[in-house]
Ligand binder design. Structure first.
Ligand code: GUN
Length: 294
């Protein structure tokens, strides 16, 4: 029976560490770090994520601002706001919540963000630095998974790691990070995706499986080997009869996988809260490099 990689517990520890650091900063008569989030439109999940990020800021003592645009916003209006935030000395980091509406070119928006304020780690400069193992902002979800593996001291060196899903914000960066020369890392990585002929052939041999697919309960116990480490990035809203009208489902069929795995992340309470904590971590890193170097 697997032990739990408790993302909720570790995220609380990290936020506590950040809070203590902010208290010291403020006691030294310096301003608190400031994170800005841009939210476009009315997507329920996006609204929930951004509200959670604002709440996290309050919890650790950051200043936060939420800038809302209607779903009809033009690309140039967004670019103008980004330019303003790039120049604003009171803003350490900002994020543009994705996805964006069709009339807006997502790539143009991300490329317009000053890489020094790109606390999501999505800008090509930061992605490139990550791939070259230089100091940079790591995207929050991969950073959260690495931190979780690190704090539980999960051996990754020489292990076979299979990643399911090649998104730009999770699967692809995760595949690079698990193969880097560091801990966690030094794994032999296979990046599987929608054109992989037989995913099971890979997952059955893997020491570590990281799923970022968005397909509820996809990974079943008979698809993994005994003692595998299972990391579930999936958070899909599945309709049900609860007062909320949905529940959050991971990519992993928890019970059948937990019966075979050595370690497993739950949903909720695994990778999700770690992602949120690492955005706070990136913001305080941005703050230190902006304010202290002024
Ligand atoms: N949409 C889904 N995940 C993320 C994230 O980590 N950052 C942003 N900006 N948008 C997202």
């Amino acid at each position: 029976m697997a032990e739990i990689l408790d993302g909720l517990k570790v995220s609380k520890e990290i936020k506590q560490e950040i809070k203590a650091e902010v208290e010291k900063i403020v006691a030294g008569k310096r301003r608190a770090p400031h994170l800005v989030a841009i939210l476009v439109g009315n997507n329920g999940a996006s609204k929930a994520y951004v509200n959670a990020k604002v709440k996290d800021c309050e919890e650790v003592g950051f200043q936060s601002s939420l800038i809302k645009f209607p779903s009809t916003v033009s690309e140039s209006e967004l670019l103008e706001k980004i330019e303003e935030l790039n120049k604003d000395k009171s803003v350490d980091g900002f994020i543009v919540q994705l996805p964006l509406p069709d009339q807006v070119d997502q790539e143009k928006i991300i490329n317009a963000i000053d890489p020094r304020k790109d606390v999501d780690g999505f800008h090509p400069t930061n992605f490139g630095k990550m791939a070259l193992e230089m100091d940079t902002f790591l995207p929050a979800t991969p950073f959260g998974i690495l931190t979780l593996l690190e704090r539980y001291n999960i051996e990754t060196k020489g292990k076979d790691c299979v990643i399911i899903g090649r998104s730009k914000i999770v699967g692809r960066p995760m595949s690079i990070l698990m193969g880097r020369k560091d801990f966690p890392g030094n794994s032999t990585v296979t990046l599987t995706h929608s054109y992989t002929k037989d995913i099971e052939e890979y997952t059955k041999k893997a020491d570590i499986v990281i799923t970022a697919l968005g397909d509820p309960h996809f990974l079943k116990g008979d698809m993994i080997k005994d003692g595998a480490v299972i990391v579930d990035v999936g958070i899909t809203r599945v309709d049900d009869d609860s007062p909320k009208g949905y529940y959050l489902a991971g990519d992993v069929d928890f019970d059948s996988c937990a019966a075979k795995a050595s370690w497993i992340t739950p949903v909720p309470g695994g990778v999700g809260p770690m992602t949120r904590a690492m955005l706070m971590k990136n913001t305080i890193i941005a703050y230190k490099t902006s304010v202290y170097n002024d």
